[in-house]
Design a protein around this ligand. Structure first.
Ligand code: AMP
Length: 485
């Protein structure tokens, strides 16, 4: 049964905007979340980007805020009433653009602030007054400290992609930001998974939340054809090109595990005649937005990216995703291949597996509860003559695996986008064997949420093979929660 937006009795300006977007019926997260948010209750939603969750929280939130709508030019009449927090600039930008579309026939003002951009234009916009503020945590704190953003009239706060915000160490920043908000408010938390840490966050900041889970978090879409090909590092680019040729695929995402590897692979593929762009955390904001735009317009064939940079990007109709490196975290596999096969379209996800990656493949098998076949890809016998005519040595130097450090999005150079507490900016998942992931997926129970994984199994902190010893374990989230309560 499909639920129609007309059943919601949305105010006319919102209904008009939705109609203009061409949405015919509500997505499952919208059908479940919108009526609940309209009642003002807290929500804990398990939904990934691409499920329509932005409309699921922003439409009811706008509807509830319409009572404050006014045309006054006085900034005092336009205080921040809804705050939406996201982990990356791209996501913040994307969500802000969508909110603008939904609010376009109302008088509600919205703005987005994120790091890596000049603060001045953001400050001017904030000073004029905005009802809906979309932000990444680091830059928002800068604006709070500069007294550009006042949050004492916030009625709604949305913690979007909350799992990733915790992964990249934003918990202390979130705690600070939440401390500026009125206690009496509605809090909506969206996360791809309900890990014990997420449940703990919800336990601290949500009041009697309604839990909404639209799909099992670790499910992969049935519309995605998943292939695993064994390939030596030196052969991987040839396999990528052969698959693209064989299938007549024009555009794809190529995921790698490190920033260094990302740039190198993009350059190598470029030398081989593909039009590529690299998307990783060391790129400037401008470069990242340009790369995305170029890909969306079809001017770029291959977007080579790291997990952090690509998380949740709303680029539809990507025919294929390549995992040039098997991700260190099995959950990232699910996110990566979620870029393709969206909205019912069929997609292809190819993972290139070198012999040392078998353990990581086993992790993915466990997570998605599917037996995976690693096949040999039948490459033409040109390999003995060297990988390409353009200097095999150069290509070998380009072996991205030389730098095995995974990108951890906010261990970046620019201060304004780094979490305040650098001790917590490393993700421990690859440094510890979390028993949570050792067994097949099952819907987590509340009891399990009470005991975080490290508390349940203090001994299991050995390194995973292939991970740099430089990766430091993150400060225990439990300690951080205590300090913020
Ligand atoms: P989101 O998960 O919010 O990032 O949304 C992913 C994409 O789905 C966006 O491009 C939305 O415009 C689109 N979308 C959201 N709701 C619907 C709907 N009910 N029907 C069709 N498309 C939608």
């Amino acid at each position: 049964m499909t639920a129609s937006f007309s059943n919601l009795s949305l105010a006319e300006p919102l209904a008009r905007a939705v109609a203009e977007m061409g949405y015919e019926s509500m997505t499952p997260i919208q059908a479940q979340a919108i009526p609940v948010v309209l009642t003002g209750k807290d929500v804990m939603g398990a939904a990934q980007t691409g499920t329509g969750k932005t409309a699921a929280f922003s439409l009811p939130l706008l509807q509830r805020l319409l009572k404050h709508e006014n045309t006054s030019t006085s900034p005092a009449r336009h205080p921040v009433r809804a705050l939406v927090l996201l982990p990356t600039r791209e996501l913040a930008d994307q969500v802000a653009q969508q909110i603008k579309l939904y609010a376009k026939y109302t008088q509600m003002r919205s703005a987005v602030v994120f790091g890596g951009m000049d603060m001045k234009p953001q400050t001017l916009e904030l000073k004029r007054g905005v009802e809906i503020l979309v932000a990444t945590p680091g830059r928002l704190l800068d604006h709070i400290e500069a007294k550009n953003a006042v949050l004492n009239q916030v009625e709604y706060v949305v913690l979007d992609e909350a799992d990733r915000m915790l992964d990249i160490g934003f918990l202390p920043d979130l705690q600070r930001i939440l401390s500026f908000l009125p206690k009496q408010r509605t809090t909506l938390l969206f996360s791809a998974t309900f890990s014990p840490e997420i449940k703990r966050l919800a336990g601290s900041y949500l009041q009697d939340p309604i839990t909404i889970e639209v799909a099992r978090p670790n499910e992969t879409a049935s519309t995605v054809e998943q292939r695993f090909y064994s390939a030596q590092d030196d052969d991987k680019r040839r396999v990528v090109k052969a698959v693209l040729n064989e299938r007549g695929i024009k555009q794809a995402f190529i995921f790698v595990n490190s920033k260094l590897g990302c740039g190198r692979l993009a350059r190598s593929l470029e030398r081989e005649g593909m039009v590529t762009a690299a998307l990783h955390g060391d790129k400037t904001q401008d470069e990242r937005l340009k790369a995305l735009e170029a890909f969306k317009k079809g001017e770029v064939d291959l977007l080579v990216c790291t997990d952090v940079a690509a998380r949740g990007l709303d680029i539809k109709d990507v025919p294929a995703v390549f995992n040039f490196d098997v991700p260190f975290n099995a959950e990232d596999y699910v996110h990566r291949i979620g870029r393709t096969g969206r909205a019912g379209a069929s997609g292809l996800a190819v993972t290139l597996v070198s012999p040392s990656d078998m353990r990581l493949v086993a992790d993915i098998e466990k997570l998605i509860k599917t037996k995976l076949q690693v096949e040999n890809y039948p490459l033409q016998e040109e390999r003995s003559s060297g990988y390409s005519g353009e200097g095999g040595r150069e290509d070998r130097r380009d072996d991205h695996r030389e730098d095995r450090r995974p990108e951890r999005g906010f261990e970046r150079r620019r201060e304004e986008e780094a979490p305040r507490d650098r001790r917590s900016s490393f993700r421990p998942a690859q440094a510890s064997r979390d028993p949570f992931f050792e067994k097949p997926y099952e819907a987590p129970s509340m009891e399990r949420a009470a005991a975080a994984s490290w508390e349940a199994s203090p001994k299991t902190t050995g390194s995973r093979p292939g991970i740099s010893a430089n990766i430091k374990p993150k400060r225990k989230l439990a300690a951080l929660f205590k300090s913020g309560e």
